[in-house]
Design a protein around this ligand. Sequence first.
Ligand SMILES: [Zn+2]
Length: 136
Amino acid sequence: MIKHIVKDTFILQRLSSVATENDSDIVKDLIDTLEANKEICAGMAANMIGINKRIIAFQDNGKITVMLNPEIIRMSDAYKTKEGCLSLEGQRETTRYRSIKVKYQDTNMKVKIKTYKDFTAQVIQHEIDHCNGILI
Ligand SMILES: [Zn+2]
């Protein structure tokens, strides 16, 4: 189901809790909502659709990847950039890393570790920040 995008920064600044195998409906809603906004939005965290769970979805080479409980375990090559957010107005300056190694669970709760670079890495960093209640 396509959900309404939360823009209340008080709600968005809450820490999200651990996602479990019972959260498959949330995963589906997150994919549907990202799909509906894909022209203007590269990634989305569950708290942006009102669910405080550590789940993110993002576009990666034309397909949507979902991560449960994502965690950056290594990062390198910091740079300053400007980015926007579907939940916020305008663009803001932030520091990101060109290369990140992410540990996460897939939708079958299988633990995976993968390295991402450049724009996809930037999107993942932005969405993991959402899980931690951090806004750009
Ligand atoms: Zn955002």
